[in-house]
Ligand binder design. Structure first.
Ligand code: PHE
Length: 450
């Protein structure tokens, strides 16, 4: 461990930071929406199985590579490479992941900006500033530009402080706050009319649709996006973990928390949709399909909160503050990917690197905001449906096919000396070698075809 590198100071700090990266708009918005549009509880079952049996092994591959390398993604991948072509491959995968993280941040900041303006709106309404409240709740170029920039500056402010004082300190504060708000909202929503119907749709599976290919493909994609795989983020977070820690259990905790929060978010959003429906808001078409996935949060939920009277302003504020918090603990991990590379590769000062890269990402973000129709969906598709699965697959190939087995075992034994006798070591190397690449490859091919 070189003296200049940051490191998570505690186990709890790492778990909060990595879980903070994993838990984001993907869990709290993407997962419930996908569940609602893919057969409710059947999707939940598929997601749970795939998250534990496929995404967790892939997460372990990325964390292992990072902890072994103790460096940014490019250097860490190079360290497990042996032949010259493998080192070139390492650069492509590592740098590709860093680029991917940057582009994900550029669209994520826009959605997070919507969350921020939706958080500010109830405050304006409470203060009686009606014009401001209307401006905050309506889509406009100025509003989108301002809030996207505010979100990027917040992300920069945290990342420029480094690992321990920035990422770790803020994740430790924000993550528990997020869980607290989530539970309060669930308690409220479950007392409302219609909530039980939503709960049934969420928890009672219709097993006839569980083997639907589209459902499985979506559930796998959701699990990989949700664990921030294929973006070099988990390689970098892995590199900040001390060699004294047991990585197998740390990775398991992160997966458990990520899946748990997605599950809990489902307990809020799905009943909330049915409550809104009971209040006359149209959510499903006559054929039972979700009417509009993109606008669900921004139209249906504010309508639901409005139906609560003045208390709805507080509930709305709490809900969107929760979404913003979740987005922020994810966005800081996305920015850390390019920043750690610039700091280590070009010996830039952290503050300088953060502002320069943050500004570049802001330029891309604003370009997307100005061409929302043409670029927004395109960037999302290219990063999450193409780059993430492909790069995640490559990381599994590094662990399964390139990294020498003995060196891999030595790396994983640090902090976990008994690992060789465990079930994990009997299954995981085989899994990452065959099952993960084939399964991710299948998702990739499928998403290209559909
Ligand atoms: N996992 C985050 C979420 O669920 C998104 C993310 C993707 C974060 C890639 C980092 C890297 O919202």
């Amino acid at each position: 461990m070189s003296a200049v590198r940051g490191e998570f100071s505690s186990r709890f700090g790492f778990i909060m930071a990595a879980a903070g990266s994993a838990v984001g708009l993907g869990n709290i918005w993407g997962f419930p929406t996908q569940t609602a549009s893919n057969g409710g509880a059947a999707f939940l079952v598929a997601y749970l199985v795939l998250a534990f049996f496929l995404a967790y092994p892939a997460l372990m591959a990325e964390l292992m590579i990072g902890r072994h390398g103790q460096a940014n993604a490019v250097v860490s991948l190079t360290k497990v490479s042996n032949k010259p072509w493998q080192k070139h491959f390492a650069f492509i995968v590592g740098f590709g992941g860093i680029l991917c993280a940057g582009f994900i941040l550029s669209f994520y900041a826009i959605v997070a900006g919507w969350m921020l303006s939706a958080t500010a709106q109830p405050i304006a309404a409470l203060a009686g500033a009606d014009a401001a409240s209307t401006w905050l709740s309506e889509q406009s170029l100025t509003r989108n530009v301002i809030f996207t920039l505010v979100f990027i500056v917040l992300t920069i402010a945290i990342i420029s402080r480094g690992v321990e004082n920035g990422i770790e300190k803020w994740s430790k504060r924000l993550m528990p706050a997020l869980l607290g708000i989530l539970f309060l909202l669930i308690a409220y929503v479950l007392t409302q009319e219609g909530a039980m119907e939503g709960l049934k749709a969420y928890l009672l599976p219709d097993f006839s649709s569980i083997f639907d290919t589209q459902l499985i493909v979506s559930a796998l994609g959701q699990a990989f996006f949700s664990l921030s795989l294929g973006t070099s983020v988990m390689i970098i977070y892995g590199s900040y973990i001390s060699k004294k820690e047991n990585l197998v259990s740390l990775g398991a905790y992160v997966t458990l928390i990520d899946v748990f929060i997605a599950f809990v978010a489902g307990l809020l959003i799905i009943p909330a949709m049915y409550v809104a429906q009971a209040q006359g808001v149209e959510i499903f078409s006559a054929s039972g399909k979700l009417l509009s996935e993109d606008t669900l949060v921004f139209q249906v939920l504010p309508a639901l909160f409005e139906g609560m009277g003045s208390v709805g302003l507080f509930v709305g504020f709490a809900f969107f503050a929760l979404m913003s918090i979740a987005a922020l603990t994810s966005s800081i991990s996305m920015l850390e990917a390019p920043v750690s590379y610039a700091v280590e590769r070009f010996a830039m000062k952290r503050i300088q690197a953060t502002w320069v890269i943050g500004a570049l990402i802001a330029v891309v973000s604003i370009t997307i905001v100005c061409n929302l129709g043409a670029l927004f969906g395109l960037v999302i598709t290219l990063t999450t449906k193409v780059a993430q699965p492909l790069l995640g697959l490559m990381c599994c190939i590094f662990v399964g096919w390139i990294w020498y087995r003995n060196s891999l075992l030595q790396a994983i034994q640090q902090g976990n000396p008994e690992v060789q006798t465990t079930l994990f070591w009997k299954i995981w190397p085989w899994y990452t070698k065959f099952v993960c690449p084939i399964a991710i490859g299948a998702v990739f091919v499928h998403s290209l075809l559909s």
